[in-house]
Design a protein around this ligand. Structure first.
Ligand SMILES: C[S@@+](CC[C@H](N)C(=O)[O-])C[C@H]1O[C@@H](n2cnc3c(N)ncnc32)[C@H](O)[C@@H]1O
Length: 227
């Protein structure tokens, strides 16, 4: 009788220990799965976020030919350069290697941290800087060379922003998609690697004279009535 009570007690203790082991294991699994999901979200969200903005500008890195074309059309230039939406920093780093004091503005913090690391690894951290910023909330007034690999939906707004901010000595290089109303002074490359070069003196004078190439609703009505 005494022996069977002791046996029952032992069974009870073993079962409690098993339950507690399972519950600890359950907690650990939940912690690992939960932690992994949070980490995955933290990494993925900045890459997905641009697609959810009004203007969707995803991370599509420049091709090697595209970077070469940018450097070729700017080879007679020097001073400051900015890549608007600098991605993994490849244009900024390549420009720094060609003597520019180069900066990148990028919304995605992971890409900015990676760019800083790459610039340090490639020995150009002193002539580069990377900023976690929204391109629409900063001024590019201090830059004499501007590079943009944008999307067609943003180019008309960017024309107005750059025309009002940049000094008349600046040059702007558009990759893959040209500006809608500015007239390029030079084009280089072909297909998806094409780049267009614009002179600020020209597009700023057009802005001052109201020659933006855009039509107001009133003008459009007049044009429509004549067609
Ligand atoms: C087409 S990629 C170009 C990347 C880089 N310039 C290159 O040529 O390799 C555009 C970049 O702009 C960034 N971006 C999107 N919206 C932005 C915003 N509002 N402000 C700053 N960067 C933005 C994206 O995260 C992406 O890295």
């Amino acid at each position: 009788m005494y022996q069977s009570k002791a046996f029952e007690f032992k069974l009870q203790v073993n079962s409690n220990a098993e339950k507690s082991r399972r519950s600890r294991l359950g907690l650990a699994v939940t912690g690992v799965v939960g932690g992994s999901l949070v980490a995955l979200y933290a990494v993925a969200a900045p890459f997905v976020a641009p697609a959810l903005r009004k203007i969707c500008l995803p991370f599509v890195p420049a091709t090697t030919a595209q970077v070469e074309n940018v450097l070729r059309v700017l080879q007679a230039r020097s001073g400051t350069l900015v890549d608007i939406g600098s991605g993994d920093g490849r244009i900024v780093i390549a420009a720094a290697k060609h003597g520019f004091q180069a900066s990148g503005f990028e919304l995605n913090p992971w890409l900015v941290w990676y760019s800083r690391y790459k610039a340090w690894r490639e020995g150009v951290h002193r002539s580069t800087s990377f900023h976690i910023s929204d391109l629409w909330k900063v001024s590019f007034a201090q830059y004499s060379n501007v590079v943009i690999f944008g999307v067609p939906q943003m180019m008309d707004q960017l024309e107005l922003k750059l025309a009002s901010e940049l000094p008349s000595t600046a040059k702007v290089v558009a990759c893959r998609f040209p500006f809608p109303t500015w007239v390029p002074e030079r084009t280089d490359g072909e297909g998806i690697d094409t780049v267009w070069v614009y002179d600020a003196k020209t597009f700023k004078s057009h802005l001052q004279h109201g020659m933006t190439g855009r039509t107001t609703p009133d003008q459009q009505e007049t044009l429509d009535s004549h067609t």
